[in-house]
Design a protein around this ligand. Structure first.
Ligand SMILES: Cc1cc2nc3c(=O)[nH]c(=O)nc-3n(C[C@H](O)[C@H](O)[C@H](O)COP(=O)(O)OP(=O)(O)OC[C@H]3O[C@@H](n4cnc5c(N)ncnc54)[C@H](O)[C@@H]3O)c2cc1C
Length: 553
């Protein structure tokens, strides 16, 4: 427990600035929160750690960074003029286009003036007496607010593993999520890349094209599907824009907030092995990435069905990669397809046919240390000029726990979440009143399309704030019992899926000491919305609303 005030809080002489709402983060969720809350005539201040907008697409500027959901879908729905005017050059946008889009939105809707950049929130303290949040930043801001909208990102808190000797490395090194704005050259350099998740795959494919030599250090191979990315044809765009309202409505009713105009073929086992192969071949050639996994209805529900699809993908890897030993190393065999973040690529496996690219198996021969001149495994040493960590994030909870949040009675959020990140509806944590999480644990977050998912969550939080204000309430909290009920509901659904068969970041397995807990609501966004709506319509069941004494006195 801690109740100490920070220096920035106590040093203010003229009294701290006040606001109705502080939004943390100016990614897609935070930007929309600014737009939406401003419509309620609330005073809103946004703190953003970076010096620009876009969140994920501001930070992750590594070579090859690209979204895995079609941009006609992975874009805002709140303003029809915006979605009609904006042009996406490709099916799946690269980082630069997404960052450009975020900047366009910030300017078009005049959101920039409410954002304080280079202002990382390092303390959030609930003052029980006053019923207010005290928000402090590393650079010394101090704002007192009624509400917090924590849009700090599910994939924002960089994970730098504790490699012995990293500080001693004399070459250049970068984490993919803190990639410099200046161009990084790989030509003629010996480059080491650690990590073969989604980011590692994208970076490998791009860096392999120009590196003097690229060593890819792989612990766990990934399933990756062909993106089939290409320039967006004008007639495809026109067709989408003509039907945007209907498509968005259909997406909002979908499990993962996606538009899925594809045939599903029923169970894998409704077909003979030859028929399955024919169907999967067709899907591999024609479907954009993630849709491939939707070919059969039971791929994510039955281990046997999943294995049929997984083996088909392994067959593709063996076909593409010429060296059979390398191909075998690249074949995932220890977890079902789709239970770790599925990857999409444009030539990843082909990269290992290049003479300047070497795959290093660090499952059998782990990395022991980074040396001043490279990297050492239990099997040997690799001299490197440049080292890239594609080692991901302290996902879903990391950006929240890193903010030093203390609630009622000075309870620290890290202590509260020591065993698991309890919450209700993925929005609120008991003992942390008036703090709304966006894409937090307990929400569908990273298993749905996150721009319109964020819009929906922000709308929900904004509606609640408006409702409380109208009805003379000062605060909203939830209860331990409601949290337990939500955890049980989540666990029951997760148990029916295959996700428990993988050591993924969905369960915190990539962070030493992090509790193993499936953090995502897996019932689908459609059901999630219904559940959130139900709780409100039942008179905020599971919540504790406190009257504003000043208004009722
Ligand atoms: C490489 C990569 C690929 C992805 N691909 C997809 C995809 O294909 N489809 C999909 O739906 N999603 C994808 N995502 C997830 C992506 O994060 C979301 O789609 C979306 O961008 C989330 O927006 P957000 O605003 O909620 O969070 P973010 O974009 O993460 O923004 C959070 C912001 O909060 C700021 N912040 C955090 N902590 C603090 C603090 N203490 N003080 C001040 N500011 C703070 C950060 O600087 C950041 O700008 C991907 C993520 C990554 C990393």
């Amino acid at each position: 427990m801690t109740t100490a005030s920070t220096a920035t809080e106590t040093s203010a002489t003229s009294g701290p600035e006040t606001a109705d709402v502080v939004v943390v983060g100016a990614g897609f969720s935070g930007l929309y929160a600014l737009y939406r809350l401003r419509k309620l005539n609330l005073k809103v201040v946004c703190f953003e750690a970076g010096d620009g907008v876009g969140g994920t697409w501001y930070w992750n500027r590594y070579p090859g960074a690209r979204v895995d959901i079609e941009s006609m879908q992975y874009s805002y729905s709140f303003d029809d003029d915006l979605q009609q005017e904006w042009r996406w050059p490709e099916y799946f946008s690269p980082q630069a286009d997404l960052e450009g889009y975020a900047n366009h939105v910030a300017d078009r809707f005049g959101l920039r003036e409410q954002i304080r950049f280079n202002a990382r929130v390092n303390r959030l303290r609930w003052d029980e007496q006053a019923g207010r949040w005290h928000v402090s930043t590393e650079r010394g801001d101090h704002v007192v607010a009624r509400y917090i909208v924590a849009a700090s990102g599910a994939l924002d808190a960089t994970n730098i593993p504790d490699f012995p000797g990293l500080d001693s490395f004399r070459g250049e090194w970068h984490h993919t999520s803190q990639w410099p704005k200046e161009k990084v050259s790989f030509a003629g350099k010996r480059v080491g890349l650690i990590g073969t998740g989604s980011t590692g795959l994208q970076a490998t494919t791009e860096i392999g094209k120009t590196a003097g030599h690229l060593y890819v250090f792989q612990r766990t191979p990934a399933y990756s599907l062909p993106a089939n990315n290409r320039p967006l044809p004008a007639d495809y765009e026109r067709e989408w824009k003509e039907h945007y309202a209907d498509r968005r409505a259909e997406m909002s009713r979908n499990f993962a907030l996606g538009y899925l105009p594809v045939q599903q073929y029923g169970s894998v086992f409704d077909y003979s092995p030859e028929e399955r192969t024919r169907i999967l071949e067709q899907a591999w050639a024609q479907r954009n990435g993630l849709l491939f996994l939707r070919t059969f209805t039971d791929t994510m529900m039955s281990l046997e069905a999943n294995e049929v699809v997984a083996e088909f993908i392994r067959g593709k890897i063996r076909e593409i990669v010429k060296d059979p030993e390398v191909a075998e190393l690249l074949c995932p065999k220890t977890y079902p397809v789709g239970t770790k973040r599925i990857c999409m690529d444009t030539g990843y496996f082909e990269t290992f046919n290049r003479p300047n690219v070497t795959l290093v198996d660090v499952r059998s021969n782990p990395i022991t240390e980074i040396t001043p001149t490279g990297l050492r495994t239990t099997a040997g040493e690799y001299d490197l000029d440049l080292l890239i960590l594609a080692t991901g994030f302290d996902a879903v909870t990391g950006s929240l726990t890193r903010m030093n949040v203390t609630g009622v009675g000075g309870t620290d959020l890290r202590e509260k979440w020591a065993e698991r990140p309890t919450n209700f509806l993925g929005f609120m944590v008991a003992g942390f009143p008036n703090l709304f999480m966006i894409h937090g644990p307990g929400s569908p977050g990273v298993l749905a399309q996150m721009i319109t998912g964020g819009e929906w969550q922000v709308d929900w939080a904004a509606d609640v704030i408006q409702d409380l204000d109208r009805n003379g309430y000062a605060s909203i909290d939830t209860t331990d019992a409601a949290e337990q009920g939500w955890a049980a509901e989540m666990a029951e659904m997760a148990a029916k899926t295959l996700y428990q068969h993988a050591n993924s970041w969905y369960v915190g397995a990539n962070i030493p000491g992090k509790p193993r807990y499936f953090m995502i609501y897996i019932g689908g966004f459609d059901q999630y919305k219904r559940r959130c709506g139900e709780q409100v319509s039942k008179g905020y069941e599971g919540f504790v609303l406190t009257k504003d004494k000043r208004r009722t006195a």
